[in-house]
Design a protein. Structure first.
Length: 591
């Protein structure tokens, strides 16, 4: 059983989430105000209709004046027309408001995700993020489009019915309200249980979306190792967990609503019995009894709707909690209040006693210091895990260091505008990411400042035009997700064209030629000489033959800078570099 402290915490979280959700309504307060006014008219029409019918019954059974009944019929017709028009306007306004709010929330989340640091994406599965932006946001739609105003409508309707019934006959009204304490108790119990079940459902849905995202991306590997059956069984278990969570949610609702319906029937029986006795005793008229029978049905109808709406509200609150975990995630790398803007980035890079760890004090880099002059070609070598790729990420300030200082042209990168810093660095990765679209859009990357002619010029410069112009659509050729229709070499050439089109001052290459065939590598080596001209170039390579002509080779070992110099200087040192070189030389001779 939950402690008092846990219950208070749940309440405070619920209030906080609800307040934040209501904050999104603020820009549309005028539309919501109109909706609420329309609700008052609709509720008034619904309350007035039974009274008209009851009066007509009393007239017919009493004096039989058909002219009066005719007048009541005309009034009733106008009430129906007014109710229809108000309902139409209210539905249209609410849907417009709801969709507008959801549109803004989805944009806010996606914009915020772009601001988050790479560390967040290192530890957060893609499927979880996709669930937040799609399923969880969509779960809020019903709340904004219907629930908030309907909660107001049903509350007003219940209070209005209670007032009208008490004004007609207090005794019969009290008979009708006898079961209200039971209903209130059931509602509180339903709210508590449903909130917990909805949270479980959202969590299980996130798990299954994460699983799908990961395994669809790795489908090739699954088929290579023939693990389809095992993965199916694994998915089946996760699917069953989601099914059971939804089943529990359904059972909670399936028990609650019929219970309210049963209580409404019991109340109706009580009213018919007590009202029938009063009619026999001539203390009330048949018309009054009819009005009470209509009102007692109408009284429990909004209570039943409130049950549904509370369920939907609980679902929306559970989704909102998940969404706010993303929105409340603070970026680890942020600009200063007034970041420095360099007139021009020349490309002098300096590491001063840099210490860096992804977590705690598990140091990836330990007291690393070096200088790369503008236009210089520097290469980093070392065993896997030595910290080479981490250095490249730190230059672009995708992570912040714990100790030391990194400068570009003498300015600490923490003081620079990250947009200018990253815009001055062109990165060519080993694993090139290609977006769904066409060749041209993958080179331009939504930068309209890059013209079609500049795209073609960049492609020619890095020899990418050798395969692009052979495609049916050339630069308009459609490419699928991750560039599955292109070879590894073609994707790498596209990456070079993309980098060159942005004309960076600093060129960073992380194993850029690792997965490329000999013929393509010759094309790239030819392009690299042009590409590196006049730019500070930083390379990471396991194949030492590709970096022998670098101006400076830096040898990393277990996060420390162990050696630095030219190819010949390092060989003369008879250290780590020479051992790596001789090892690769023997391997090549053996093959």
């Amino acid at each position: 059983m939950a402690s008092r402290k846990e219950i208070d915490y749940e309440k405070s979280i619920g209030r906080s989430v609800l307040i934040r959700l209501l904050g999104y309504v603020k820009p549309y307060w005028h539309l919501m105000t109109i909706s609420l006014i329309l609700v008052l008219f609709i509720t008034g029409f619904e309350l007035y209709r039974p009274i008209l019918v009851g009066d007509a019954i009393d007239i017919l059974l009493g004096s039989g004046e058909f002219s009066s009944v005719k007048k009541i019929g005309i009034v009733y017709l106008f009430v129906l027309i007014g109710s229809f028009l108000c309902n139409f306007l209210q539905t249209w306004i609410l849907q417009l408001t709801g969709q507008s709010i959801i549109y803004n929330i989805r944009e806010e989340i996606f914009e915020h995700i772009h601001k988050l640091s790479l560390r967040f994406f290192d530890i957060t599965p893609v499927g979880r993020i996709v669930t937040r932006v799609t399923n969880d946001v969509e779960a809020l739609n019903e709340m904004y489009a219907n629930i908030l105003v309907k909660l107001f409508k049903n509350t007003i309707k219940i209070l209005g019915l209670a007032v009208v019934m008490l004004s007609l006959n207090i005794k019969l009204s009290l008979y009708g309200f006898m079961l209200l304490p039971v209903i209130i108790g059931l509602t509180i119990l339903f709210k508590t249980i449903s909130r917990a079940t909805y949270r479980v459902v959202r969590t299980k849905l996130t798990i299954i979306n994460t699983y799908l995202s990961e395994h669809l991306s790795g489908m090739k590997l699954i088929q290579i190792f023939a693990r389809e059956k095992e993965k199916y069984e694994e998915f089946k278990d996760k699917n069953k967990e989601l099914y059971l969570a939804n089943y529990k949610e359904m059972m909670v609702f399936a028990i609650f609503r019929p219970s309210i319906y049963l209580l409404s029937i019991v109340s109706l029986v009580i009213i018919i019995y007590a009202g029938g006795v009063s009619v026999i005793n001539e203390s009330i008229t048949i018309g009054t009894l009819y009005i009470f029978i209509q009102y007692i049905g109408s009284f429990f109808e909004p209570i039943q709707e409130l049950a549904e709406q509370l369920g939907t509200l609980q679902s929306a609150m559970a989704s909102a909690e998940k969404i706010f975990t993303i929105i409340d995630e603070d970026p680890l790398v942020v600009n200063q209040a007034n970041p420095r803007q360099l007139p021009e980035v020349k490309g002098r890079i300096e590491f001063e006693n840099v210490w860096f760890a992804y977590e705690g004090e598990n140091w990836i880099l330990k007291d690393v210091s070096f200088v790369i002059e503008p236009g210089e070609r520097a290469a980093f070598v070392g065993a896997t895990g030595a910290g080479k790729s981490s250095i490249l990420n730190l230059i672009g300030r995708y992570y912040d260091i714990q100790k030391g200082r990194i400068t570009i042209d003498g300015v600490d990168i923490k003081e620079m505008n990250t947009d200018q810093l990253r815009g001055a660095i062109g990165q060519v990765q080993q694993d090139v990411f290609i977006f769904t679209g066409d060749i041209k859009s993958n080179i331009r990357l939504k930068n309209d400042d890059i013209s079609d002619e500049e795209i073609k010029k960049a492609a020619r410069y890095v020899n990418a035009d050798s395969f692009i112009e052979k495609l049916n659509g050339a630069y308009e050729e459609a490419v699928t997700e991750r560039g599955a229709t292109l070879s590894a070499g073609q994707r790498q050439l596209l990456s070079f064209a993309r980098t060159l089109a942005y004309d960076p001052a600093i060129l960073v290459m992380d194993e850029a030629t690792a997965n490329i065939d000999t013929e393509t590598e010759q094309l790239i080596q030819d392009a690299l000489e042009k590409l590196m001209d006049g730019r500070t170039t930083i390379m990471v390579a396991h194949r030492l033959s590709t970096i022998q002509h670098a101006d400076k080779i830096i040898v990393m070992h277990k996060g420390e800078l162990r050696e630095s110099g030219t190819h010949q200087e390092l060989l003369n040192m008879d250290g780590i570099y020479k051992k790596l070189y001789e090892l690769q030389l023997r391997s090549q001779m053996a093959s």
